[in-house]
Design a protein around this ligand. Structure first.
Ligand SMILES: NC(=O)c1ccc[n+]([C@@H]2O[C@H](COP(=O)([O-])OP(=O)(O)OC[C@H]3O[C@@H](n4cnc5c(N)ncnc54)[C@H](OP(=O)(O)O)[C@@H]3O)[C@@H](O)[C@H]2O)c1
Length: 263
């Protein structure tokens, strides 16, 4: 199937590793003109080279910290100077730290809101009007299954992901008539660098081995294993494509069946 992504200009934030990297790689492979972004230049150089090795196309990159309004403004300026327009954004960043619900500090709350919620508001404000004007735009925000099922010891994620859904669902309704389609994709447990750290922490907290933790967690997933970033990136790529013409405002898990509610 031609996904109608050829030459579409798509920004992927948090693109140097993990889920963002997988989205960027598959979008590039499907013909999109992808701009990688994350905080660290050396991560971006290596991500861009890895994508070139795997797809034969080397994406450009721009360093930006999406928790900072100034960085988002500079990102917008750089993209408009170089490309003159934009067709889509995959909004992604690192996840907030775990911790006891009532023990997260003011700084941790502010940082989680800046990184995982206000980044979505600010990127949407910066780029959606351009997409509305051209009557084409696709936005996917990477959130978490914690939006549907609060996870223990992860209140910063549980709370900030729901705020993203409240904002983007509202925006999706506002801009759908302009063919700007906006969805949230909720990863379940997926094999990335972040997951390795999270599992190590779970094992320490629960006084178990890493193998025990992996066995217990996978037993709760109907598919019987953790996800791979490419499985996540493939679905995001479809939602970002010109082939997605009627899905908007949805929060869709890619979780091997982990969320077991009917809706
Ligand atoms: N993997 C899972 O199992 C899982 C499950 C549920 C939810 N999630 C969520 O999915 C998202 C991605 O997870 P992941 O596992 O792919 O994480 P990861 O492997 O740690 O990758 C995070 C990416 O985001 C970039 N980044 C971090 N903070 C940033 C910021 N402030 N501004 C711009 N870029 C930033 C990092 O690059 P730099 O260091 O270069 O900035 C890196 O490229 C996170 O929000 C995570 O909580 C993941």
């Amino acid at each position: 199937m031609d996904l109608k992504l050829t030459n579409k200009i798509i920004l992927v934030t948090g693109a140097s590793k993990g889920l963002g990297f997988a989205c960027a790689k598959i979008l590039t492979d499907e013909g999109a003109n992808v701009i990688l972004s994350s905080r660290t230049e050396e991560n971006l150089i290596s991500a861009s080279e890895n994508i070139a090795t795997e797809t034969g196309i080397q994406p450009e990159w721009i360093a930006a910290d999406v928790s900072k309004l100034n960085d988002i403004n500079s990102l917008k300026t750089s993209i408009l100077e170089k490309y003159g327009t934009i067709d889509g954004i995959v909004i992604n960043a690192g996840g907030p730290p775990p911790g006891a619900t009532l023990e997260m500090t003011e700084e941790q709350w502010q940082s989680a809101l800046d990184t995982n919620f206000l980044s979505v508001v600010r990127l949407s404000k910066a780029f959606t009007p351009i997409m509305q004007k051209k009557k084409f735009g696709r936005i996917v925000a990477v959130t978490s299954i914690s939006a549907k099922l609060p996870l223990p010891n992860l209140v910063l994620s549980n709370a900030s992901r729901l705020a993203v859904i409240g904002f983007l669902k509202t925006l999706a309704n506002d801009v759908a008539k302009d063919n700007v389609l906006i969805n949230m994709v909720l990863p379940g447990t997926t094999n990335t660098g972040r997951l390795k750290q999270v599992i190590k922490k779970w094992a320490e907290n629960e006084n178990k081995t890493i193998e025990q933790v992996i066995k217990e967690r996978t037993s709760q997933i109907p598919v019987g294993r953790f996800g791979e970033p490419e499985e996540f990136g493939t679905f995001v790529t479809f939602l970002m494509s010109g082939r997605n013409t009627y899905i908007t405002g949805q929060s869709i898990p890619v979780d091997g069946g982990y969320i077991k509610s009917s809706l």
